[in-house]
Ligand binder design. Structure first.
Ligand code: SF4
Length: 540
């Protein structure tokens, strides 16, 4: 095979292809989106594997489980908060006797470049008692993804591969030495009890998972992803995980005699190697991207006389991404002088909706409709329209998790607040808005839900929504919303006055109403037209 320059996400995708996957499932979410984008392009060229966007991360995980049940390999990928959505099947699948290799790749976002929180998915692997691999380079992202499928089939567990933004979204040369593995033949799991978590079976499966912990420990103890290097220095040992290794190595030249060093790329923690390190040093510095997982777990492994420094002890900041300079300070190296650029004043450019965005027109119509009410509440969701919280709109007041706008508006209405309005995008509505809307329908809640239908998953690059825009009204009516109070409007400034009037009428209605504001995202419209023009030129 050859060398290629790949994003971390692309290295994962190609690693999965070369591991012989049959299918890959995902819901778009930064910074994991490019895994599936790559697989979609790959499968368009080569006819396989199957790569698909799904309604949400839970359905994606369950579809991958079905592939594993019949003996074939499946990848499922998501951003870190997506694993919250998929946590039910993920946690329970740890108790199954995984058949075809099942790998879940989760891309965390320390520093919250495009997320609501910084959660660390290594905790989920620890919580589920399964193996986690954490690459420190694009090369490792490729190799570990391939290996994860073998490990999954060897121990019959799902294996979690944890990425972070800076690795997922940066490029490096990846060497692919081995022959790609062929797709496995169909072979349904021989024993149904390993896949049916009735209490009697579940207890047996849980016991079996606990029994296998020593095998997982033996695997990570001998894994080349957990190298230990003891040196002549006894005052300090360093433990790195993931990308922190790069920042550490970058500073090593100035660190004098190198400290003893353990890198952890495979979890559960290699306990015997940790004990070997600490028997050699007086103090351990832990450098890890994300939460202080290793630092926390160390306290139950090493004797009290050994000092541990890291995030919990304050040597490393607890929030945000690590940087070489942060690691430098933790190593007590002198701070590097910055470069002054006199006269360069970079303008502050907060993110904003594109010029001509359909959401802007809907938010303006909504604001006009809300004028005259003494108090108003507009809950929002996750999508481009969340930028409506910022000036010049200042039109929405919350953003918590996918679908929360609907339940929160219902809760506010239940508490006696009116008018309570929820704003949600079409893709987010399909992802997690349907179920809270059913609650509101069952209670005929006095609230208005505005579905801003831009006919795309715009924020993550314009992926197609699971169902076409035209099906939304039928879906809402089918759930039981009254036809008189399910209104479709065109999200365009030329309709501003008429739209405000319709919204105002529904705000005054004492009961549930749904307004679907439709107009295609101008970015996806532009791309679509460009592709169509290109295709026309090619056939001319
Ligand atoms: S990408 Fe589309 S939906 Fe998002 S802000 Fe731009 S025009 Fe609006």
């Amino acid at each position: 095979m050859s060398d290629m320059v790949l994003l971390g996400d692309e290295a994962v995708a190609l690693g999965a292809v070369h591991a012989g996957i049959t299918a890959s499932y995902a819901y778009p979410g930064t910074p994991s989106t490019e895994i599936t984008e790559y697989l979609l392009r790959y499968s368009a060229r080569h006819g396989k594997p199957k790569a698909a966007w799904c309604t949400n991360e839970k359905t994606a995980y369950e579809e991958a489980l079905g592939v594993s049940l019949v003996g074939r390999r499946a990848l499922v990928s998501m951003k870190h908060v997506g694993l919250n959505v998929a946590s039910d099947p993920f946690m329970n699948s740890a108790l199954l006797t995984i058949n075809g290799g099942l790998v879940v790749v989760v891309a965390d976002d320390p520093g919250m470049h495009s997320s609501q929180n910084e959660q660390d998915s290594r905790y989920y692997a620890d919580f589920a008692r399964v193996i986690c691999l954490e690459p420190a380079s694009q090369q490792e992202a490729y190799e570990m993804t391939r290996e994860a499928f073998d490990v999954s089939e060897r121990f019959h567990i799902p294996v979690l591969v944890r990425l972070v933004t800076r690795l997922a979204h940066s490029r490096a040369i990846v060497h692919m030495p081995d022959k790609a593995r062929e797709e496995t033949a169909l072979h349904k799991a021989a024993d149904w009890t390993g896949w049916t978590l009735l209490p009697g079976n579940a207890r047996r499966q849980w016991h079996s998972l606990l029994e296998r912990q020593k095998d997982f420990q033996a695997y990570t103890q001998q894994s080349p992803h957990n190298p230990l290097r003891l040196t002549g220095r006894h005052d300090l040992g360093v433990i790195t995980t993931g990308l922190a290794r790069n920042y550490y190595v970058e500073n090593l030249e100035e660190a004098g005699e190198h400290p003893s060093h353990l890198h952890i790329g495979a979890y559960p923690m290699p306990v015997a190697k940790i004990r070997e390190l600490v028997s050699h040093v007086e103090k351990v510095l832990v450098l890890e991207e994300g939460y202080p997982l290793v630092e926390h777990l160390l306290r139950g492994i090493i004797p009290p006389g050994i000092a541990i420094s890291g995030k919990e002890s304050g040597e490393v900041p607890e929030d945000g991404e690590l940087t070489p300079d942060i690691v430098r300070r933790a190593l007590s190296l002198p701070v590097r002088a910055g470069v002054d650029l006199p006269g360069v004043a970079l303008p502050n450019r907060p993110p904003q909706l594109c010029d001509g965005c359909p959401h802007a027109d809907t938010l303006e119509a909504l604001q006009a409709a809300l004028k005259g009410f003494d108090t108003t509440l507009v809950t929002s969701d996750i999508g481009c329209y969340t930028l409506g919280a910022l000036p010049p709109y200042s039109a929405v007041e919350s953003c918590v998790c996918m679908g929360a706008s609907v339940g929160m508006a219902k809760g506010a209405s239940d508490a006696g607040f009116r008018p309570a309005v929820g704003v949600i995008g079409d893709s987010t509505f399909l992802h997690s808005g349907l179920t809270p809307l059913i609650d509101a329908i069952a209670a005929n809640t006095d609230m208005t839900l505005v579905i801003v239908d831009n006919q795309a998953v715009a924020m993550t690059g314009g992926q197609k929504t699971m169902l076409p825009s035209s099906s939304l009204k039928g879906l809402v009516l089918g759930l039981g919303v009254s036809p008189e109070h399910c209104r479709v409007i065109k999200a365009h400034h030329t309709q501003a006055a008429a739209n405000a009037e319709i919204i105002r009428a529904e705000l005054e209605h004492r009961g549930l109403s749904v307004i679907i504001a439709v107009r295609e995202c101008i970015e996806t419209a532009r791309t679509r037209k460009k592709l169509a023009a290109g295709a026309q030129e090619a056939t001319a």
